[in-house]
Design a protein around this ligand. Structure first.
Ligand SMILES: [Zn+2]
Length: 216
């Protein structure tokens, strides 16, 4: 089962992705993680990516697509992927279909989380990532506590690009480049729209029902 999580910044893709990974033994692919991983490994490609990102430029679709291919072609990841924040434009969506076909896979469903800009902004501003285990939390909506997180508060960080000005730009890019993908997946009849404004647990319940309906 390969799942694409779709929605504007702050829709809760990261949190729901974590839930899916845990329950269904999947692997999450986020381009941010792939890029950071490559930089950390300090490969030639990693060095190139770092200099592009340091200069504030966007990493090209070609580079991102080749990182995605490297990940999804691994045997242990076969047909067990959750895409978080990818594809981001029509070109990437088409390329992803080509790649999946090449490795004898397909997208099982695209889950589109719908939220309004105001609450999405609040979600982003409250977002925290644990540098030890990689889980995501939120100061307002999904507080890290003993019951849901073992690492403790000292590992929690806020992403440097989670500020209001950057968020505005990300919304604009999302509306212009990413939203049109919905039509693309609607035509393939694999699109499921979910109200992303509710409580995290009840949204996940809805997601799980969709997935179970696909399995039978
Ligand atoms: Zn942790």
């Amino acid at each position: 089962m390969n799942i694409v999580l779709f929605g504007p910044p702050g829709a809760g893709k990261g949190t729901q992705g974590d839930n899916l990974v845990k329950e269904f033994n999947l692997f999450k692919i986020s381009t941010g993680d792939l890029l950071r991983y490559e930089i950390k490994k300090d490969t030639d490609l990693g060095k190139k990516i770092k200099s592009i990102m340091d200069s504030g430029e966007l990493v090209s679709d070609d580079t991102i697509n080749s990182l995605i291919e490297k990940f999804l072609s691994q045997k242990k990841h076969y047909n067990s992927l959750v895409f978080d924040g990818y594809p981001r434009n029509i070109g990437q969506a088409e390329e992803l279909d080509i790649l999946l076909k090449k490795y004898k896979q397909k997208i099982s469903c695209v889950l589109s989380l719908k939220v309004n800009n105001e609450s999405a902004t609040k979600r982003i501003l409250g977002r925290q990532i644990c540098t030890k285990c990689g889980l995501t939390f939120n100061k307002f909506f999904n507080v890290s506590k003993k019951e849901n997180h073992n690492c403790g508060l000292k590992y929690l960080i806020t992403r440097s690009d989670d500020n209001e000005k950057v968020i505005k730009n990300r919304f604009a890019t999302y509306t212009k480049e990413t939203l049109p993908i919905l039509n693309y997946y609607q035509n393939q009849k694999i699109l499921y729209e979910i109200d992303g404004m509710g409580e995290i647990g009840s949204i996940y319940k809805e997601i799980r029902e969709i997935i179970h309906s696909l399995e039978t």
